[in-house]
Design a protein around this ligand. Structure first.
Ligand code: ATP
Ligand code: MG
Length: 182
């Protein structure tokens, strides 16, 4: 039996994880989980919201067989601002996510990177997303990342890790660095 089949038939998959908080490391943690899972033959789909340009980590993940897609517009999502283009992209990303959440042989672990940001900005309705997450295909592990995870998601999750911003070199004037932040 293949390692993937062993893991799946053992019933170990199917939990809901959340990485949130203001500190650095949420997306990195999700990338690390994808790398580990792929090494055991698990099939990972990585959907990244809120960012339009190919993230460097995708180049690495693709080499590991992780399916990666991005849905975001240019510029930051601004609370209370005009986020129309981000909202359109978020809808597209969510439509794709739905196919995996309903159950799909190509995905054992679904990563919804930055979806917390999309929810907290109101670009997708939290109630609708929660209903789908809670009724997802049995055995599908889901990871939601991003600042300000909504309370409904935190309540429902099996794991919530909050990254604290205790210190960040950005405060010393160190801007995002190639190979470290992107
Ligand atoms: P990473 O992608 O490095 O794991 P993250 O996913 O936790 O970070 P995001 O909330 O997605 O962080 O923020 C996007 C960018 O802002 C990343 O380049 C990240 O390194 C940077 N960043 C994260 N936390 C902080 C912070 N507390 N102060 C300044 N910049 C930050
Ligand atoms: Mg992130």
């Amino acid at each position: 039996m293949q390692e993937r089949d062993q893991i799946k038939s053992g019933g170990a998959l199917g939990l809901l994880q959340v990485y949130t908080g203001p500190g650095k490391g949420k997306t990195t943690a999700a990338v690390g989980l994808a790398a580990r899972a792929a090494a055991h033959g698990l099939k990972v789909t990585f959907i990244q919201f809120a960012k339009p340009d190919s993230s460097a980590e995708f180049d690495s993940l693709k080499k590991l067989g992780v399916y990666c897609m991005q849905f975001g517009a240019q510029g930051w999502i601004k609370k209370g601002g005009d986020n129309t283009e981000h909202a359109v992209e978020a809808q597209k990303g969510w439509r794709l996510a739905l196919t995996y959440l309903k159950g799909d042989e190509t995905t054992d672990i679904l990563i919804l990177d930055e979806i917390n940001v999309i929810l907290s900005a109101g670009l997708l309705k939290t109630a609708g997303v929660m209903e789908v997450l809670l009724n997802r295909f049995h055995g599908l592990e889901v990871v939601c990342t991003g600042r300000e995870a909504p309370p409904e998601l935190v309540m429902a999750a099996d794991l919530v890790t909050e990254m604290l911003d205790i210190k960040h070199y950005f405060q010393q004037g160190v801007e995002a660095r190639l190979g470290i932040e992107y």
